[in-house]
Design a binder for this molecule. Structure first.
Ligand code: GDP
Length: 445
């Protein structure tokens, strides 16, 4: 496998450590790698260009934060720009605000996962939002398409419009709306016909349905593995039918999902949901961070770099490193470390992100920490006196009892924590020379 973008950028940019700001030529060199990563992730060519222009604008002259490598800095700028392009932090919900029945029109190519997604959304609306949903298939061309939706409807316990043979899409749509009105349904989901490629007739048909039902949402369903075609696809559907949101399917596939960036940038329309499997509960809110990490080929490393850069108090870390080398790692230091770990999403989160942690995990008993445990351990330490924290050896039965009462924990937990501290202090003395997680975090790795 090729290196991650992060590695490549670090390689290029390591040599410029120490300068105050990113220069144009530094950035240009880095952008070449970014461009390559994007193309490898199947982001459409024209989108790559617009995107890198945007990054260039932000990166040139950007102050390199002290203690962060220039390579990491560029990664962060690229990553942030991508998350922003993908719609930022907030997941955008389906818009169902209108007097019922509210229509949702599903459009997309055949095989994109349109029918499956229709059933998934219906299931979600029924179960989570307690809406009464009626589904109807407008696909009169593909034999058994209407029957397929009816079968899915039975699986997710959502009603489907009874099939009337020979009826045309516009007619079916009208009937669906009127049945929904009569039957007191909140939402009508209309699954339109798809084709293997975009064709005018198909688009015209969907547009005619749109004019009749006046949908609140017109969702373009697209396969996340769509490559360069994503732009043409999104642009066509948006121009001819008017798309209000995108659903990306097959996020569980092994592509990098560059289509997300392409479609979002070309249409400006939010990606609202993503399909994460064939099962009918495989539907999730869209997570820009997750997709950005994937497109850049860095997985969780980017968030680790980011969090580390943001959260680790470098000065403090340096001090602890010094103390570690001397073997003077006390409970205050441990408490600081636990706090850092908490910010990084708990020990489990960090372990999964970094290679080589499994070994340490095995060596240090009780280090398989989750967040709840982290909180309890910090509570224990803060219930101790400063003297006790600096001299854990003085912790006798009486003191332990007092601390347990003060922190709402048990004496056994305090024993475990003290034992863990002794083991960690020992490990750290070795690691303090610069290897492993803590060394890395302190900028020595
Ligand atoms: P349509 O022609 O667009 O209506 O596509 P279908 O809904 O019939 O889906 C085509 C195939 O893709 C089916 O085998 C689905 O099970 C599968 N599929 C749909 N969504 C997903 C998804 O998010 N992940 C995976 N792995 N498969 C999916």
């Amino acid at each position: 496998m090729f290196d991650t973008l992060s590695d490549r950028l670090s390689g290029i940019l390591d040599k410029i450590t120490g300068r105050g700001a990113l220069s144009e030529s530094d950035v240009e060199e880095a952008l070449r790698e970014v461009r390559r990563a994007l193309l490898e992730a199947d982001v459409a060519l024209e989108v790559v260009k617009t995107f890198t222009d945007k990054v260039r604008e932000k990166a040139v002259g950007a102050e390199i934060v002290k203690s962060v490598k220039p390579g990491q800095m560029v990664v962060k700028i690229v990553h942030d720009a991508m998350v922003e392009t993908l719609g930022g932090g907030e997941a955008s919900a389906l818009n169902l605000r209108a007097s019922p029945p509210v229509a949702i029109l599903m459009v997309g190519l055949q095989g994109s996962g349109k029918t499956t997604t229709t059933a998934k959304i219906a299931k979600r609306l029924t179960e989570r939002e307690k809406r009464r949903v009626l589904m109807a298939s407008l696909d009169t061309r593909r034999p058994a398409a209407q029957e397929q939706l009816a079968i899915l409807g039975r699986q997710v316990h959502v009603d489907t419009l009874p099939i009337v043979p020979g009826q045309q899409p516009v007619e079916i749509a009208k009937r669906a709306m009127s049945e929904a009105r009569k039957g007191g349904y909140d939402v009508v989901m209309l699954d339109t016909a798809g084709r293997l490629s975009i064709d005018e007739e198909l688009l015209a048909e969907a547009a005619a349905v749109r004019d009749i039902v006046k949908p609140n949402e017109t969702l373009l369903v697209a396969d996340a593995l769509t490559g360069q075609d994503a732009v043409v696809l999104a642009r066509n559907f948006d121009e001819k039918i008017g798309v209000s949101g995108i659903v990306l399917t097959r996020i569980d596939g092994d592509g990098r999902g560059g289509a997300a960036l392409s479609m979002r940038q070309v249409t400006g329309k939010p990606i609202k949901l993503m399909g994460t499997g064939e099962k009918l509960d495989g539907l999730e809110d869209f997570h820009p961070e997750r997709i950005a990490g994937r497109i850049l080929g860095m997985g969780d490393v980017v968030s680790l770099v980011e969090k580390a850069a943001l959260n680790i108090d470098q000065e403090k870390a340096k001090k602890i490193a010094e103390r570690m080398k001397k073997g003077a790692f006390d409970l205050d230091d441990l408490s600081d470390q636990l706090k850092q770990l908490q910010k990084l999403g708990g020990m489990g989160g960090v372990m999964n992100m970094l290679p080589g942690m499994g070994k340490i995990k095995k060596q240090v008993e009780g280090m398989d920490l989750d967040n709840k445990l982290l909180k309890r351990q910090m509570a224990i330490i803060s219930s101790m006196t400063p003297y006790e924290r600096r001299n854990p050896k003085v912790m006798d039965a009486k003191r332990k009892k007092r601390v347990a009462a003060g922190s709402g924990t048990k004496v056994e937990e305090i024993n475990r924590l003290l034992k863990m501290h002794i083991q960690m202090a020992g490990m750290m003395k070795q690691m303090g020379q610069g290897k492993g997680l803590f060394g890395k975090m302190m900028g020595k790795g």
